[in-house]
Write a protein that binds this ligand. Structure first.
Ligand SMILES: [Zn+2]
Ligand SMILES: [Zn+2]
Length: 206
């Protein structure tokens, strides 16, 4: 029995393939890593799933496809992409539905995948499941935004963190008034004590 690895695309004997713990699909052992979370060296994760475990997705799975189509829009209005190429663009495996059902490629679908090409201003013109490719046709132009990496580029000059200056020697007004009140209190206490002593002395001894 032979099967195709969903990552590297090689057709290998099933004996050389393992089932991913997460997506339950078969991959060759070269495209898998042990699932460290389980502590079981036989529990394997495919590289796609391993990446997802390490850095969970914060954007749409099909963000890469959307960006690619927006980028291509500047040069062409027809783009033919193989399913494998789309896998590469999205950094993941297309779901089985994409391989089995042309409805998956429908422009009226409400799924995140259709949103990706529609947001980019493209529509699916042809989905060839037999040969594994899809043809997109540009409907309108969407301004292509720079990728996130570009935005992260440092373009400001280095500004050192301000040095923390030692506190001024002059105490604050609150501190002064508190101290002053304390001195006044002490003086009052002392005066009272003196009065008491005097009182004692003043008392005639019997
Ligand atoms: Zn592989
Ligand atoms: Zn997997």
């Amino acid at each position: 029995m032979k099967d195709e690895c969903g990552i590297c695309g090689r057709v290998l004997s099933v004996a050389y393939m393992r089932k991913c713990q997460r997506c339950r699909k078969l991959f060759c052992r070269d495209c898998m890593v042990p699932d460290v979370a389980t502590g079981d060296p036989n529990a394997m994760l495919c590289l796609h799933c391993a990446r997802r475990v390490v850095s969970p997705r914060t954007v749409s799975k099909y963000d890469g496809l959307e960006r690619h189509l927006k980028f291509r829009a500047a040069f062409t209005d027809t783009v033919k992409l193989s399913f494998a190429r789309i896998d590469g663009l999205i950094g993941s495996n297309l779901p089985t539905g994409a391989f089995r059902d042309t409805a998956w490629w429908s422009n009226t679908s409400s799924g995140a995948h259709a949103k990706a090409w529609l947001n980019a201003g493209w529509e699916v013109q042809e989905a060839n499941l037999k040969e594994g490719y899809v043809v997109f046709k540009k409907v309108f132009n969407v301004p292509f935004k720079k990728s996130r990496q570009r935005k992260l580029e440092i373009n400001k000059p280095f500004t050192p963190v301000p040095v923390h200056m030692p506190r001024s020697k002059v105490p604050s007004k609150t501190k002064v008034s508190k101290l002053y009140a304390r001195i006044k209190n002490l003086e009052r206490q002392r005066a009272a004590a003196r009065r008491q002593i005097r009182g004692f002395k003043a008392k005639p001894r019997h």
